[in-house]
Write a protein that binds this ligand. Sequence first.
Ligand code: SAH
Ligand code: SF4
Length: 345
Amino acid sequence: MSIEKKPEILSLSEDELAALLIADGHKKFRAQQVFQWLHLKQVFDVRKMTNLKGDFQDYLTEKFAFPDFRILNEVKSPSDQTAKYLFDFAGKQVESVWLPYENRQSICISVQSGCSLDCSFCATGKIAFKGNLTAAQILSQVYGMQQIYDRRITNVVFMGMGEPFYNYDNAIRAADLIAHQHGMNISRRRITLSTSGVLPGIKRFIEEKQPYRLALSLHAVFSDKRREIMDIEEKFSFEEVLEYLREHRGEMQQGQLMFEYIMIDGINIYPDDARELARWAKLLRAKVNLIPMNTEFNGMHRPSEEKIYDFWRQLVERDVVAVNRKSPAKDIQGACGMLAGRNHA
Ligand code: SAH
Ligand code: SF4
């Protein structure tokens, strides 16, 4: 065997796959056949790709690396239909969450094993950072969960472990592949990338006119406060990020941008916070997703229901579209910010 690393077949676009096949003397239409087996039917065993001849199957096995993952653990919620999966990619472990709703089927996937950032409220930031996933590994979470269930995945959020804009190429490549018409054909407006505010990634995303929804994890609208809870604020201040987005608002689609805002008791839910958050949300026409803090860290905790309601009301009264997001999967440590790769069966 050559020591050169084989290309991961799942990471390749249909055109890239076609180019490689043609260079080796195969017919172009084979690329679509193989692509559909992988991305539409989620079949990864070449012997089960029944419209391909044996010698072509051998060639594929010889030439490419096929998806290689194990699901180490599955935790199903006793109170709802959510489930959490612990994937292992050659020692890099990540978690992914299955989130059924009445009228849609969402999943939450990871882009890195751990996270290089360390937001004070997030469990992922507390574990060791093991690095980026490849596009194939990001996709394996989608396809691995789809293989388990009959229900078709309709929505995908890149809100699991890690920072998508510190793994920009692979995250966007994975999004492109699940949206591909010969693959799962998931609507681009139902794919959401969440960033803690990595400005170079945001700029690229806008410049490239990416069609996916963009969630900005704001969590505070005063820089000293934000610096206290998010280390990214030292690098890219939220004001710089929001100013940039304001200037380029015209290049984004309606409804493409939203803010994520964790409500932390005694920290970021004062009337001043509501006022500033509302001002920015209106300026940028961004919907606000309010998430009551899920975990207990460094003395930070979830506000009372009354305070949650009160903060929401202060936004809505200012004509901001704000949603008080319920956090499903809480009892399986699968809600936002709770993914820490713990193997608790
Ligand atoms: N790194 C990216 C994407 C993953 S985090 C980002 O930060 O945006 C996905 C979402 O979970 C973010 O909005 C994040 O702020 C939120 N989250 C993290 N910890 C949380 C907690 N303890 N309670 C509620 N939401 C949390
Ligand atoms: Fe990383 Fe996002 Fe968690 Fe912050 S909230 S530590 S950026 S995963």
